[in-house]
Design a protein around this ligand. Structure first.
Ligand code: HEM
Ligand SMILES: *[C@@H]1O[C@H](CO)[C@@H](O)[C@H](O)[C@H]1NC(C)=O
Ligand SMILES: *[C@@H]1O[C@H](CO)[C@@H](O)[C@H](O)[C@H]1NC(C)=O
Ligand SMILES: *[C@@H]1O[C@H](CO)[C@@H](O)[C@H](O)[C@H]1NC(C)=O
Ligand SMILES: *[C@@H]1O[C@H](CO)[C@@H](O)[C@H](O)[C@H]1NC(C)=O
Ligand SMILES: *[C@@H]1O[C@H](CO)[C@@H](O)[C@H](O)[C@H]1NC(C)=O
Ligand SMILES: *[C@@H]1O[C@H](CO)[C@@H](O)[C@H](O)[C@H]1NC(C)=O
Ligand SMILES: CC(=O)N[C@H]1CO[C@H](CO)[C@@H](O)[C@@H]1O
Length: 338
């Protein structure tokens, strides 16, 4: 009896140890919905961010897409820790993959108002996550409950930037997402973010003129779309014009499931977008989402998962005073604090 109890206890603690060791992300548990309730002098933190995003979108609708992409690029490099916001020559924001990321000034504006409301309380990483949610909602998507409680990192290096490339295959892209703990279906949902926003000619020139060195257009692109895009992106032009990611002109700025319908009609703009509809790993999910199937709510859930990637929570990291610089500039940027 005694021995079997001891064995059971040992087995229990062994199992517990295995569980703890197997969940290195267990500090993610500290993220919660409404983390700032009652922490900002009775001010509504999420409401303050919402008004900034709303006003900026009233001026420029396209800023919504920029804010959603900013969250993705933040979370995929060293976790959602606002490392993308730090200024400096060798910082993430100066890496090639970041060169067209926009929206930094929107985050600055929200941060300024929040510092006035309650100094040193709201992290830049949370502002990005809240702003991305608001951008989705204000573009016609579903308002999902955003988790907060992230803290800001103190390291940002361009050499850390290793984002998936638009010329990746579905399985290469799936590996990149899997490394961040995000599965195949969530990857397909998150790429649905390409239902708004713009790319540039330089990202699709190969598909129009010299796909895989063939000297021809990508055969998976609808020829009428090729014809349309070569007008926007003339051969050898240096203008690098913007091109809508969702080629349904009725929903350029609308957060809807049109992206999936477009890819099913061979009208995906980026190579990876088109591949989602063709690759047997993802084609069924794309077909499912084309007919709606609750895309908007499912996208929100996928964004919550994206927002939990490798986050810092109290007591790790810091609450930056300015989103562009770490609090103690004299501290070595290479020191690791959490
Ligand atoms: C395999 C993964 C992904 C790749 C390869 C990729 C690639 C790209 C590229 C090349 C652009 C155009 C950049 C430019 O021309 O300036 C872009 C834009 C964009 N991406 Fe992604 N992306 C990926 C995943 C995501 C995810 C997960 C989201 C959000 C949930 C997202 C949201 C956006 C948005 C909203 C834009 C438009 C930005 C704007 O208009 O400023 N992307 N992406
Ligand atoms: C944005 O525009 C809408 C519709 O015109 C208006 O109701 C709202 O008050 C504006 N919001 C801000 C913050 O300017
Ligand atoms: C960014 O990187 C380029 C080289 O990639 C470098 O020449 C430049 O000085 C860096 N800094 C800024 C602020 O652009
Ligand atoms: C475009 O540039 C390539 C070399 O990069 C050159 O061979 C070709 O003739 C140019 N085409 C036009 C239409 O100027
Ligand atoms: C799907 O895309 C095709 C091709 O652009 C278009 O003709 C059709 O109206 C779209 N369907 C929906 C439901 O948006
Ligand atoms: C997905 O691809 C597989 C393999 O090519 C095919 O059997 C299946 O019918 C496709 N599904 C859809 C919805 O097109
Ligand atoms: C679409 O996917 C959802 C979620 O996986 C599933 O519940 C639903 O049954 C699917 N619908 C169709 C028509 O395949
Ligand atoms: C090298 C380079 O162009 N870096 C850019 C990164 O993104 C920021 C914000 O858009 C630009 O200001 C940088 O010039």
């Amino acid at each position: 009896m005694k021995i079997s109890t001891a064995v059971a206890a040992a087995a229990f603690y062994l199992a517990l140890g295995v569980i703890l060791v197997n969940f290195p992300g267990h500090c993610d548990a500290a993220l919660e919905v409404g983390f700032y309730k009652g922490k900002c002098n009775s001010r509504d933190v999420e409401g303050i961010v919402f008004s900034v995003v709303e006003r900026r979108m009233n001026e420029t609708k396209g800023i919504a897409a920029a804010l959603i992409r900013l969250h993705f690029h933040d979370c995929f490099v060293k976790g959602c820790d606002a490392s993308i916001l730090l200024d400096g020559n060798s910082c993430e924001k100066n890496a090639t993959a970041n060169q067209s990321v926009r929206g930094y000034d929107v985050i600055d504006e929200a941060k300024e108002l929040l510092e006035e409301a309650c100094e040193g309380v709201v992290s830049c990483a949370d502002i990005i996550a809240i702003a991305a949610r608001d951008a989705v909602q204000l573009s016609g998507g579903v308002r999902y409950e955003v988790q907060t409680g992230r803290r800001d990192g103190i390291e940002s290096l361009a050499s850390n930037v290793d984002l998936p490339s638009p010329s990746f295959s579905v399985s290469q892209s799936a590996d990149a997402f899997k490394n961040k703990g995000i599965g195949l279906e969530d990857m397909v949902l998150l790429l649905g973010g390409h239902t708004i926003g713009f790319t540039h000619c330089s990202f699709i020139e190969d598909r129009l003129y010299n796909f895989g060195g063939s000297g021809k257009a990508d055969p998976t692109m609808d020829p009428s779309l090729v014809e349309k895009l070569i007008v926007i992106c003339p051969k050898n032009s240096t203008a690098d014009a913007p091109v809508s990611l969702d080629q349904n002109p009725a929903s350029t700025f609308v957060f809807d499931s049109s992206f999936y319908n477009q890819t099913q009609h061979h009208r995906g703009v980026l190579h990876i977008d088109q591949e989602l509809a063709l690759d047997p790993l993802t084609n069924n999910t794309v077909a499912n989402l084309t007919t709606g199937n609750n895309f908007l709510a499912r996208f929100g859930q996928a964004m919550v998962k994206l927002g939990a990637v490798e986050v810092l929570t109290d007591p790790q990291g810091e609450i930056r005073k300015s989103c562009r610089v770490v609090n103690n500039k004299h501290r070595s940027p290479f020191s690791l604090l959490g």
